[in-house]
Unconditional design. Structure first.
Length: 327
């Protein structure tokens, strides 16, 4: 008892000392450039988002935020690199639904998408839009479904196994009883090129890829696979309004750090993210290219953790039952 009486004050002092160290670390951070891994190719929607975010975070940090494209295996190579990085706040990843939910059930990963990362903040999301080439005779979603049933050899391109475009097409086909072919590509851009050239009939593509083509009149949009219409294209109905309720697929993006990154650094990075998302110019730019920005209460590390877990609980059983595996 006597010994414990002396140990308790020592323990409390140690706790406060560590807290002081944590605050000191946060005050010094960042002292040199930060690397933000982008696990997908340059020029895509995720890369665009990463560069917009990184430039605004540079203002908050007073240090460069360098976007590094580390591609391959549906984003798992880049995610794996960050999972193994030093937990010092200088290696971050702008991951998404694919890297931090879907890959864990479709690929044999060398890391755990939950245990090996610290969530920092939810950044943005963009729903999938159902589109076809402009020569498609169907004028609305009901007519498109009828046309697909009458043309079972029709084809839909996607950005690869396990991507949002692939899973959206897969579950649309399942829910509508259609039989069109799923054609994987090495990204959404070559699939779009083939659809514009008439090589494939339709796509289930992200808003950021779809809207420029829709505005140019090059594609015909049928429905947004989300509960609400998107601000950038309020004229496109939701799947609920178009007659296929509940078939929602959105690609959301978040920032993660390696497991063990000190909480003061997590908070510092989160603050830079929230500052970026509150910037009117950044918000306007992101919304214009098809992103939906979460509310401030959804931008916290805790909210990202809960959102990721909810998505895991929703999608893992569905994907497993469908037998979808990465190649």
């Amino acid at each position: 008892m006597h010994a414990n009486r002396w140990l308790l004050p020592a323990f409390i002092s140690a706790v406060f000392a560590l807290a002081g160290v944590g605050r000191a670390v946060a005050q010094l951070y960042p002292s040199h450039p930060i690397t933000l891994a982008m696990p997908f190719a340059a020029g895509g929607p995720g890369d665009t988002l990463a560069r917009i975010l990184a430039e605004r975070m540079r203002v908050s940090f007073g240090q460069p935020v360098i976007v590094e494209n580390v591609t391959g295996a549906s984003g798992s190579i880049g995610a794996g690199r960050v999972a193994r990085a030093a937990p010092d706040g200088y290696s971050l990843i702008l991951g998404n639904w694919t890297t931090h939910v879907v890959n864990a059930i479709t690929y044999p990963l060398s890391y755990d998408v939950v245990r090996d990362f610290e969530p920092v903040g939810l950044v943005a999301s963009q729903p999938v839009i159902i589109i076809s080439g402009k020569t498609m005779p169907a004028a609305n979603l009901s007519e498109l479904i009828a046309w697909l049933k009458a043309n079972p050899k029709a084809s839909a391109g996607n950005a690869g196994i396990g991507t949002a475009s692939h899973l959206a097409a897969f579950f649309f086909r399942k829910e509508t009883g259609t039989q069109f072919q799923l054609v994987p590509y090495r990204g959404g851009a070559p699939a779009m090129e083939d659809m514009l050239a008439g090589q494939i009939d339709l796509m289930f593509d992200l808003a950021a890829n779809t809207l420029p083509q829709a505005r140019a009149g090059s594609v015909r949009p049928y429905a947004v696979m989300a509960r609400e219409r998107i601000a950038a294209a309020p004229e496109i109905p939701t799947v609920d309004e178009a007659g296929l309720p509940g078939l929602y697929v959105s690609l959301w993006n978040g920032v993660w750090a390696p497991k063990g990154t000190p909480q003061p650094i997590i908070d510092r990075v989160n603050a830079a993210i929230t500052e970026a998302l509150a910037d009117p110019a950044i918000r306007r730019h992101l919304i214009d290219i098809g992103h939906e920005i979460p509310g401030a209460d959804q931008q916290t590390p805790q909210a990202l953790r809960a959102y990721q877990q909810a998505e895991i609980e929703k999608w893992w059983p569905i994907i497993k039952a469908a037998g979808i595996r990465g190649e």
